[in-house]
Write a protein that binds this ligand. Sequence first.
Ligand code: PGA
Length: 251
Amino acid sequence: MKYVIANWKMAPSSEEKAQDLVREILAGAHGISSDMRIVVCPPFIWLPLVRDFLRSAPSPFALGAQNVAEKTGGAWTGEISVSMLKALGVSHILIGHSERRTLGENNEVVSEKLRIALAQGFTAILCVGETSLEGNWHEFLKEEVESAFSVVEADQVGRLIVAYEPVWAIGAKEPDTPDSALTSAIFIRKLAQARFGERAKNLPVLYGGAVLPDTVAPFALQEGIDGVLVGRASLDPQSFRAILEAMEKKR
Ligand code: PGA
């Protein structure tokens, strides 16, 4: 299985634009093979709308949320719980995206969200990545990954996806080099093996950060990287289509 995750972030700004976007994305995915999982992660407010479009869409599509509350219930103004996401038909949740971490989510909060999402039967897309390449950044990455893995039970590993996203590449012009992204993916896999043993064998590790139509090819072809997490290019149907086409070539 290969993965393309579309992270719409805080866009589009209107219902009409959200409708147009999902409609065009679906049209552009026509003929995409079923060994690709395409997860569309709109803002909370457009989840029902996107869900309704995806209902009649072919099987590669799944509905994802960009975040979830770290509490399962109670009086928490402005938060969205796992049960609410379940009621909306969400199957995947992005956990610990760097933009959430910038807003104050530390490893502890990310781990709690991951624990809750997995306990409730969701597939979690755990986002990790160093903020810069200065100093001992491997140690930073290791801490992020180990802290999150510590709350994952062995029998939940099949519902875990890790997206390696070097923070300095997110929103940038240039992605990481495919070689260095692969080195980090292997590093993450080793940490997974140390924690989960054999069960970690099929853990999908994706790359994210400046995945664009003209940068995607080497990541699509790189063995050891199971897919891509796409930010801004997922808001442009033509660019997204080009990324899906590049991923189609992946074996
Ligand atoms: P980008 O964002 O593709 O716009 O760099 C990636 C991300 O935030 O995951």
